[in-house]
Write a protein that binds this ligand. Structure first.
Ligand SMILES: Nc1ncnc2c1ncn2[C@@H]1O[C@H](COP(=O)(O)OP(=O)(O)OP(=O)(O)O)[C@@H](O)[C@H]1O
Length: 238
């Protein structure tokens, strides 16, 4: 029996400021495990995550998301001007946990990302990498069914990157469906079972990670994976 996908986009179109950003985007994300969304700068990866989280409405096409609670770790984290612990606790407010349960979950989330000793420190004074780890702790504490990650390790050092990758893998193994945007192809190979390649707001290729990374079939996927970005089309667009 085939398990229906958790996310399905069908011919999704979206223009922003009069410019077409998503141009007939069609792909599906299976339940559980990590799916990576890759592609060149400006391909529409972050916009796609925003559409899936319903922060942006498509102009046309259909979007189907069959998941319970979702958590979104943005490229640039929005933190509240309060302690790290309060930032995690605020995210847990909708869960209706009692005070002790909430405190335990906050403590374990901070410990999980190596920030246990920073619980009382002001989150907005954290370094970029510490803020990213805090954002992931907040997401982990929610036990989401769907986790949307937008370049979660872009500003992290190798040790912190390993912590984040372990946590993402653990969540996926525990049943969370993860959609990961990353330019780190080593990370994509380590974490993702499937890859969707975006280019110009379209999914140009999708399939098992190993085959996409080692033998991409489309010129767009080949160009991205070999680093030959189409600079001429950037020039034409500007
Ligand atoms: N709110 C907005 N208003 C207008 N244009 C936008 C908005 N958000 C994104 N865009 C444009 O949509 C295009 C796709 O942006 P997006 O952030 O999704 O790219 P990306 O694939 O995530 O790129 P990167 O790898 O650089 O993060 C870009 O050209 C961007 O300028």
């Amino acid at each position: 029996m085939t398990v229906p996908p958790v996310i399905r986009l069908d011919d999704v179109r979206l223009a922003l400021d009069g410019r077409s950003i998503l141009d007939g985007l069609t792909f599906a994300v299976p339940a559980r495990g990590v799916t990576a969304l890759i592609g060149p700068n400006g391909a529409g990866k972050s916009v796609t995550l925003r559409v899936i989280d319903r922060l942006l409405c498509p102009d046309s096409g259909t979007l189907h998301v069959a998941a319970g609670r979702s958590a979104f770790v943005f490229q640039r984290t929005a933190l509240v001007r309060a302690s790290a612990a309060t930032n995690v606790a605020l995210a847990l407010a909708p869960l209706g946990l009692c005070r002790r349960e909430r405190a335990e979950r906050v403590a374990s989330a901070l410990a999980r990302v190596g920030l246990a000793d920073r619980a009382g420190d002001a989150a907005t004074r954290f370094s970029g990498g510490e803020q990213q780890r805090l954002a992931l702790a907040r997401a982990w504490a929610l036990r989401p069914a769907l986790l949307l990650l937008d370049e979660p390790t872009a500003s992290l050092d190798p040790t912190a990157t390993a912590i984040v990758e372990d946590l993402v893998a653990e969540m996926a193994e525990a049943g969370t469906t993860v959609l990961l945007v990353s330019h780190n192809l080593g990370q994509v190979a380590r974490l993702a079972a499937r890859v969707v390649v975006l280019d110009g707001g379209r999914a140009v290729e999708q399939g098992p990670t190993r085959s996409i990374l080692s033998s991409p079939r489309t010129p767009e996927a080949r160009a991205y994976l070999t680093g030959e970005l189409p600079w001429t089309s950037f020039a034409a667009a500007s």
